[in-house]
Design a protein around this ligand. Sequence first.
Ligand SMILES: NC(=O)C1=CN([C@@H]2O[C@H](COP(=O)(O)OP(=O)(O)OC[C@H]3O[C@@H](n4cnc5c(N)ncnc54)[C@H](OP(=O)(O)O)[C@@H]3O)[C@@H](O)[C@H]2O)C=CC1
Ligand SMILES: CCCCCCCCCCCCCCCC(=O)[C@@H](N)CO
Length: 311
Amino acid sequence: MPFWSKDLWDAKGKHCYVTGGSSGLGLALATILASRGAHVSIVARGQQRLEEAVKQIEACTCAWIINHFSADLRTAAGANAALDAISEAHGGRSPDALFLCAGVATPRFFVESTQDDLTKGMDLGYWTEAWTAWAVTRRMVEQGRKGKIVFIASTLGYMSFLGWSSYSPARHAVRGLADTLRSELLLYDIAVHLFCPNTMSTPGYVEENRTKPHITSIIEEGDSPVTPQQAAIALLQGVADGHTHISGDMITELFRAATRGSAPSHNFIYDCCLDAIAFIATPVWRSMTDSKIRAHRSEHDRYLREQGIRK
Ligand SMILES: NC(=O)C1=CN([C@@H]2O[C@H](COP(=O)(O)OP(=O)(O)OC[C@H]3O[C@@H](n4cnc5c(N)ncnc54)[C@H](OP(=O)(O)O)[C@@H]3O)[C@@H](O)[C@H]2O)C=CC1
Ligand SMILES: CCCCCCCCCCCCCCCC(=O)[C@@H](N)CO
């Protein structure tokens, strides 16, 4: 860290609750937090991956409390049950910091999606974060404790394109909630951050590529995947720098600055430069992308007929 910047948050001794801590970004983050001296609790649905993750996290620390609990966080009841369970080892106290990494993306064409696909998109991309944020905030406020909440959205929380109709709306909703709570939770001295990662090479990424339309993968070629460890380090650096919106790559930085809304900026001059670059580069990229999509029409027509969607 350069000498002029001040580290605004230290994980040492804090109880950090990481949802989705059994895989990908959540696991990388839980491991780094434990190695920095935090007590870590992880929650996800699958018991086996949770147990393997605990072993991996414990290998990085010897003295701290590492907790895990299996729950589906799509509902308020699931979020409350998980919070009760992970707070037990801490005398019922709310965690000091919450990292909302649980989430699933399932890209596909809008016309192929069922009611279940689109509803699941919102459940797994928005409610898994919103209910846990709600449960933890209420617990912090009841107990009069300060804390920190870090939401995870995506580059697709700032922009979107073909294939992401079940996921990008949920990521924009997470951004809306984070911006609302950054303001409202000033009442309680609870800090709110939003991390928008670009593509990360995780088990979730391998899974989403099974349903991803080929044309979506072609559009994404402009984005180079980062490892979940690189993303977790960028997230923690943003938190240490006191940034409200955090990203780990230049493309997302451009969209962050260009779609800042009412969120605090990092550095006025730097953000103005990014905004000016995005103002020129985004229409160029969009026009190239639109051409690729138009050129894909005949291949898509064949696909729709094969699937029996177009008669
Ligand atoms: N990978 C990428 O390219 C990007 C991912 N993101 C977002 O970052 C977050 C992490 O992604 P990534 O690490 O790739 O994902 P992974 O699929 O590798 O990990 C997701 C984690 O969330 C858990 N989880 C999923 N659904 C639920 C649920 N309903 N209740 C509780 N736990 C759940 C999973 O465990 P289990 O299934 O056992 O419940 C797993 O631990 C997600 O929100 C994702 O959308 C954002 C930008 C890019
Ligand atoms: C300013 C002009 C330059 C624009 C270049 C844009 C290139 C495409 C960016 C695609 C980013 C997609 C990230 C998706 C991550 C994600 O959330 C999923 N993997 C879900 O897990």
